[in-house]
Write a protein that binds this ligand. Sequence first.
Ligand SMILES: [Zn+2]
Ligand SMILES: [Zn+2]
Length: 232
Amino acid sequence: MKCDLHVHSCLSPCADLTMVPNEVVKYSPDILAICDHNSGENVLSFLKVFENHSKILIPGIEIQTIEDVHILGYFDKIENLLKVSKIIYEHLPKISYDPEKFGYQLKVDQNDKFISLETTPLGFPTDLSIKEVTEIILKYSGIPVYAHISRKFGVLYQLGIFPDLNIHIAEVTNKEEYLIAKNNKFISISSSDAHFLNQIGKRYSIIKDKVKNAKEFLSFLIRGKVKTIWDS
Ligand SMILES: [Zn+2]
Ligand SMILES: [Zn+2]
């Protein structure tokens, strides 16, 4: 089964407005994670649509730390994602949000109807450290992952090292990053970080075992059973 574990919805200020549930599902491989910037508020609408299409949706989030590092969090239960999302909102800057300047952040229902404009500015760093973000994700039974390690907002790009934390999975985008992650004893995954429909699944990971739901998938993920194309 193919999986793309890093896709943005129309709630992310930098994502295309066509990133709505019934469009994303058409382009989606068997398994997909929605990971919006600092929010899990659109995931429930995607869950409903993915269920109807017999595809697996992993509730996710991409949190920006005070060090400007992006950390992905994956959850088996939407309730836990929403609790984490609520905490993250409290740690975002309290500035007035101008959609024309920062990008539109749209909440959508399961029929792709825009229901509201999110006014918490999601495209900013929280005031939480990588350590604090990791602890919050783990507290709610989530799996923390270093996003795009060598790109801007990736841990190696921002800090030059992997801090000694309870994170065991790294998202890589090429063979060179895969080897760096491997040498540092990380499990590697690869995902598209799609902001547009035609980017979905352009990078992906593979799982040989057939899985039935998010919980089962995540248990395989932490055991290193999800592979990149560079794993032999
Ligand atoms: Zn990112
Ligand atoms: Zn992203």
